[in-house]
Design a protein around this ligand. Sequence first.
Ligand SMILES: NC(=O)c1ccc[n+]([C@@H]2O[C@H](COP(=O)([O-])OP(=O)(O)OC[C@H]3O[C@@H](n4cnc5c(N)ncnc54)[C@H](O)[C@@H]3O)[C@@H](O)[C@H]2O)c1
Ligand SMILES: [Fe+2]
Length: 409
Amino acid sequence: MSAYVILCRAFQKLARLGQSLWPWREPIFLRGPGSANGLPAFIKSLGLRRVLLVTDPGLMRLGLPRPLIQGLEKAGLHCAVYDKTAANPTPRNFEEARWVYRQAKSDCIVAFGGGSPMDCAKMVGFLVAYPYKKAHKVKGVQPLRLWRAPPLFAVPTTAGSGSEATLAAVVTNPAMNAKYTVISPRLRPNYAVLDPALTLGLPPRFTAQTGMDALTHAVEAYISRGHTKRTDARALEAVRLIFDNLETAHADGRNMPARDAMLYAAHCAGLAFTRAYVGYVHGIAHALGELYNIQHGLACAVALPHVLMAYGKAAHARLANLCDAAGLSTPGQSVADKAEAFIRTLRILNTSLGLPARFTCIREDDIPKIAARALKESNPLYPVPRIWRQAQCEDVVREIAKGGVTDDH
Ligand SMILES: NC(=O)c1ccc[n+]([C@@H]2O[C@H](COP(=O)([O-])OP(=O)(O)OC[C@H]3O[C@@H](n4cnc5c(N)ncnc54)[C@H](O)[C@@H]3O)[C@@H](O)[C@H]2O)c1
Ligand SMILES: [Fe+2]
């Protein structure tokens, strides 16, 4: 084992120790078709009176937030709306929404949408609590201080990011051409409303991509060395539900049970990865998103089988368990056979969802840069099954470009 690997593992152990002191409060969640209709009365019952609703322009055009806004007003609550959240939210979004929050004298925040509006709302809560902080300066793990953020209610309309369950917000700063994460236990929403009726109109392409993002969260959390009994249970549940329901939700968007299962699966995957972390799939997917503007879930879907294959034996035992959880194992299979069967099924799943096996847009000249960015994000933070250096990561990115099979065991 090299000195670098020893240092990474030591860092991960220390981080785990430090985080065991964090307040791991989970959001209280309401689930089921129509559950969002009960939100206004619930907010009122908590003695709150003035809501800032954070959403995005696409959802406003579709009119999806309208019933909730009307419900809030009918319940006698004041509702200000910030609907300019970008597809990958920026510090400018956070500053603007904080301004609306202050102008409207709001006392709580409702995040309505996919990962983008939810992350935006989380950052607004943070910035309201720290009125003197500038949005573009908030990065990385935030020190644990006793600050009071306004109560945050998250209403996801995609089944993917799981942001309603996590301690993180992903920030894109176009001025610096950078995408980074802000992490704090206090960023986690207090309440999550999992209403599958809101996801019925999600187009098949987004259903596939966001669903594969959720599956990647569950898989990376499960094979992470940072896993706990609790994160394992969540990740296994998510994998089982996604294998049982993603293709149905993709083929028949109005199938309520499949949408309900997917929304809950994405939530479970969020609960798992926020504690156990993700891995190199996310490191590479973020780099591909930055360079080629590839949608996050799509980048994860394509990278996932390649990265798992490249982990080799280090991930076999855990992947074999996932193969069992997904109901893919056959009697007499060895651990290695099960791991390979699981990876093979991921490739088949991508094909059946109409997703590609590779990215031809990756230029050979860019590969060192992609690998460097992926490793900068991942090492030493993510407790991946095997720690890679630049050359190994470049090989995997090359396979993602070619669509070949990376197998180094
Ligand atoms: N904080 C976290 O823990 C975390 C985790 C993973 C991803 N993320 C971030 O989340 C973002 C991605 O989130 P996402 O994949 O949910 O997409 P998104 O929120 O960016 O939404 C994508 C598009 O789908 C549309 N949309 C959303 N719900 C819809 C619905 N029900 N019907 C029709 N259209 C709908 C939106 O208007 C938007 O145009 C990225 O910025 C990513 O970095 C955050
Ligand atoms: Fe993700």
